[in-house]
Design a protein around this ligand. Structure first.
Ligand code: GLU
Length: 502
């Protein structure tokens, strides 16, 4: 088998959509499974759409995902440069080669002429396509005498180079995911290959680079399928063997109706980008939302590919082993934000308490609390099963770090009795006396006192939790007080008993 060489070829026009990350991931998995090479090529021939920072964003996002690049602008490689604007000098000769072979031509149409044609065909109810019939009516190197068009070139008249699409040819090709496809060239237009600004268009640069970089498989989004007949024609015109193609199905909105967009994410509160996009109209990222890259990658891998088993959790290594392009479906995959959270929950459960405590310690530091990891271990152990993100540990444990500043009015209404404050002050003396302030120690002391006095356990425990936590939530109350310690416990009781119900 030929050496597997695949490329991910984004255009740096903004943040990378998670659909793009999935394309990169499938290319990467495919290459690694077959001992091949994964290339990152930046396609920036459309200078008008170039966005500052996008290239760095793409590289950082891939790195965060653990998608390592073998050849690229940062890594180098013997097929470079890997940024198309740095390859500018390469493309012209290939456009010329097509002109020499009669597969392309110089077109001198002005924007005004094209606008007129477009509005004429719209008036007659047709969509304008620049095909062989149009070509015959226009000013170009096909319709003009050689001497005339050469004079125009020498005279510096602006032109573009267009592909000369055959009038009516059946173009047969194959897509690994979609099978055999036939398209008649009558439905295709004479695409611009080389622009008046001296830059190639996407189509020319893409084919030339895939050929020069010896790409064996082109795995890309379904939105490029309509370009495939032209690409196949270009390979034929050059006399080159095309690579194999696989067009990946779309990532769909959660309701399955149409392509997943940033708007869907904004509306439903989930990111559609891997990492935060800091420029212009900023956008949320999975990284900053607290997702583990392993969870994010695992979730993405299963959006379109299925392993053929019930297994859902895959490390990158396992994905590489299991991946096969034959198991990528034809139809779009619906994005499910709840499933994304589920994946993170699963990966969080796999963390040891200590790993989690270290991560939580970072979170606390950022919020001004400096707590020993050993102490945090106890907390993370207590709430781990209930959380999907490190930040949610805080939501479950905030009262360990700070006394409540409000008390839940619903709980007060239902559970605070006339004698609650007096009972709490008695409880305070019991705890003050306690020699053993461990969870078990305080529990024994408090329960012993309740039994001895014949008090109502419910009234006391509800009031106790309310002054310590501020609400009726949280783990075992004696675990809480042993963690916060005697002084803090007594302070919270004193404060609560004096303000609640007043
Ligand atoms: N530059 C194209 C893009 O932005 C690449 C398409 C392809 O992979 O051929 O997606």
């Amino acid at each position: 088998m030929t050496q597997v060489r695949v490329r991910f070829a984004p255009s740096p026009t903004g943040p990378l959509h998670i659909g793009g990350v999935r394309t990169a991931l499938y290319n990467f998995l495919f290459a690694k499974k077959l001992g091949g090479t994964f290339i990152l090529r930046i396609e920036d021939t459309d200078q008008g759409r170039f966005v500052e920072g996008a290239e760095e964003y793409i590289m950082e996002a891939l790195e965060w995902c653990g998608i390592t690049v073998d050849e690229g602008i940062a890594e180098g490689g013997k097929y470079g440069p890997y940024r198309q604007s740095d390859r500018k000098a390469i493309y012209r000769q290939y456009a010329d080669m097509l002109i020499d072979k009669g597969h392309a031509y110089y077109a001198f149409d002005t924007p005004e002429q094209l606008d007129t044609l477009r509005s004429e065909s719209e008036k007659s109810g047709n969509t304008f396509i620049y095909n062989a019939a149009v070509r015959e009516k226009m000013i170009n190197s096909v319709t003009l005498d050689e001497k005339v068009w050469k004079e125009k070139l020498v005279g510096g008249e602006p032109y573009v180079i267009r592909y000369r699409m055959p009038l009516s040819d059946d173009i047969h090709f194959n897509d690994i995911i979609r099978g055999d496809i036939v398209v008649n060239s009558a439905t295709l237009d004479d695409k611009v290959l080389f622009k008046s600004d001296g830059m190639p268009t996407y189509h020319l640069a893409n084919i030339v680079d895939d050929h020069l970089m010896e790409i064996s498989h082109v795995i890309r989004g379904e939105e490029w399928l309509p370009s495939l007949p032209l690409h196949i024609m270009l390979y034929r015109s050059f006399g080159w063997d095309p690579p194999l193609f696989a067009h990946l199905p779309l990532l769909l909105k959660p309701d399955g109706k149409g392509k997943l967009s940033k708007r869907d994410g904004d509306k439903m509160g989930f990111p559609v980008f891997p990492i935060f996009w800091p420029f212009g109209e900023t956008a949320k990222g999975y990284r900053e939302e607290g997702y583990y890259p392993e969870a994010f990658v695992n979730m993405l891998a299963l959006l379109g590919w299925n392993p053929g088993t019930e297994q859902e959790l895959f490390s990158m290594k396992e994905l590489i082993e299991a991946f096969s392009i034959d198991r990528v479906g034809k139809s779009g995959s619906r994005f499910d934000p709840e499933k994304a959270k589920w994946f993170n929950h699963q990966y969080l459960q796999k963390r040891t308490n200590t790993q989690l405590s270290l991560e939580f310690r970072e979170f606390l530091r950022a919020h001004g609390y400096h707590i020993d990891v050993v102490r945090l271990d106890i907390l993370t152990g207590l709430v781990k099963e209930r959380v999907s993100f490190v930040r949610e540990i805080w939501d479950q444990t905030d009262f360990f770090f700070k006394a409540p500043d409000t008390y839940d009015p619903e709980v007060i209404k239902k559970r605070w009795k006339e004698n609650s404050a007096a009972l709490l002050l008695e409880l305070k003396s019991v705890l003050e006396e306690a020699k053993d302030f461990s969870s078990a120690g305080t529990e024994t002391a408090v329960k012993g006192w309740i039994a001895e006095k014949g008090y109502d356990t419910g009234i006391i425990m509800n009031a106790f939790r309310l002054v310590i936590v501020g609400a009726s939530r949280g783990p075992h109350i004696f675990d809480i007080i042993s963690w916060i310690g005697k002084d803090e416990t007594l302070k919270r009781i004193t404060k609560g008993a004096s303000v609640i119900g007043k």
